[in-house]
Design a protein around this ligand. Structure first.
Ligand code: SF4
Length: 94
């Protein structure tokens, strides 16, 4: 039951952040497997520092080390949807 609730919350988060529904469902499904495998990598989409909808930027770019100056805080789509160990990650509250 908790797994379904988590899936549903992630789906809402991902679509709120601008992912198409099909992509959001596929990604949420991937995360179910990740959690079962006890994989600690996280997505930018799960991070409280992710800013924007569809065109994303990082609100914690210095700690995350994803760019070198504020004007470059934009995040590539592939980075936002790829599980990673980011030093700036902070879990988004559902
Ligand atoms: S702090 Fe890291 S995980 Fe969070 S949005 Fe920035 S780059 Fe992504």
């Amino acid at each position: 039951m908790a797994e379904i609730d988590t899936f549903t919350a992630r789906l809402a988060r991902f679509t709120d952040k601008g992912l198409p529904l099909d992509d959001a469902e596929a990604l949420a499904d991937t995360l179910v497997k990740r959690d079962r495998d006890d994989d600690h990598r996280r997505l930018c989409l799960e991070c409280a520092h992710l800013q924007g909808v569809g065109r994303w930027s990082c609100g914690n770019w210095k700690q995350a080390a994803v760019c070198t100056r504020p004007a470059d805080t934009g995040l590539a789509h592939v980075l936002v949807v790829t599980p990673q160990h980011c030093p700036g990650f902070k879990g988004h509250k559902r």
